[in-house]
Design a protein around this ligand. Structure first.
Ligand SMILES: NC(=O)C1=CN([C@@H]2O[C@H](COP(=O)(O)OP(=O)(O)OC[C@H]3O[C@@H](n4cnc5c(N)ncnc54)[C@H](O)[C@@H]3O)[C@@H](O)[C@H]2O)C=CC1
Ligand SMILES: O=C(O)[C@@H]1CCC=N1
Length: 276
């Protein structure tokens, strides 16, 4: 149980202080959790010290001790480490203590079979824009997770951006679109910036323009609600520059490449689920 458990602010242990662990930690602090109500475990000691210095939270290496102090455990280790961490924390978890995991691919059943009977589990697929409150996360409940558990996870993620509830069967596809998706967007930004440099702009200016263009396009798509194809048509003046450019994107199979990339991510997510 927690040191000072309250119904309103359950004590959270984030296990794994890497990219996603830090993202979730900072989101919890933004959402109103105090540094005393959150702790992080991190196997790599210099990283643990870095997080303790940056956020003022307790950090340590013992997953079992952190899980014993917590009301909610948030797993943010890589999929290949999840099984060993579950074995470490299994007996330290309180009855009904919620286990939340962001690990890609691993089915909820693989957690439930390693944990005590009845332990509630919620799977989350977040993404890195969560660190600036512009993330997209999907959450799915395990056999013993209730609507209240899902609502609690929504509170935990409140500062990360969009949170949607899905069925677990959809999480591999979610991973391929929004989980890995920021990498596709950064890939595009990088390519646009590089193209700007090729065309004679400074790298600084080209990057600024590429970032603002992608950010503005996403905001326009979100606010207008128009189909992306309609928005693209509005940029394409007859006989103009944009149709010339989009024709080249099509000729290079960029659209098909995006679809194939998402399929590869979905397949890799499935493989991870079988592998670990
Ligand atoms: N990075 C991303 O964009 C996303 C990652 N995820 C998931 O988040 C999880 C973590 O991924 P990243 O943060 O990217 O990886 P990462 O490698 O940055 O972080 C993992 C951290 O766990 C630590 N660690 C390893 N074994 C440990 C143990 N036994 N106890 C405590 N800490 C331990 C490592 O030292 C490392 O700092 C993965 O399962 C991944 O599938 C999910 C969605 C998006
Ligand atoms: O690349 C990965 O496996 C993780 C999951 C989604 C984004 N990053």
């Amino acid at each position: 149980m927690a040191d000072e458990p309250t119904a309103d602010t359950p004590r959270v242990a984030v296990l794994g202080g890497g990219v996603m662990g830090e993202t979730l930690l900072s989101a919890l602090l933004t959402a109103g959790w105090t540094a005393e109500q959150v702790e992080v475990t991190e196997r790599y000691a210099p990283r643990a010290d870095e997080l303790a210095g940056r956020y003022g939270v307790r950090t340590g290496a013992s997953n079992a001790e952190a899980a014993a102090r917590a009301d909610v455990v948030l797993l943010a280790v890589k999929p290949n480490v999840v099984a060993s961490v579950l074995d470490e924390i299994k007996d330290a978890l309180g009855e009904g203590e919620l286990v939340v995991s962001v690990a890609a691919g691993l089915p909820i059943a693989s957690y439930e079979k390693r944990l005590a009977a009845g332990q509630p589990v919620v799977r989350v697929m977040p993404n890195t824009p969560a660190v600036v409150g512009k993330g997209a996360s999907a959450i799915a409940a395990g056999t013993h997770a209730t609507q209240e558990h899902l609502a609690l996870v929504e509170r935990l993620l409140a500062a990360t951006g969009l949170v949607v509830r899905v069925e677990e069967k959809d999480l591999d596809a979610v991973t391929a679109i929004s989980g890995s998706g920021p990498a596709y967007a950064f890939y595009l930004i990088d390519a646009m910036a590089e193209a700007g440099v090729l065309l004679g702009l400074t790298r600084d200016l080209a990057t600024k323009l590429a970032v603002a263009t992608v950010e503005g396009s996403a905001a326009l798509a979100a606010q207008s609600g128009d189909h992306p194809a309609v928005l693209r048509e509005r940029v394409s003046s007859p006989g103009g520059t944009t149709v010339a450019a989009v024709q080249v994107l099509d000729a290079h199979g960029v659209r098909a490449g995006v679809v194939a990339a998402a399929e590869a991510a979905r397949d890799r997510s499935r493989e991870l689920g079988k592998q670990y």
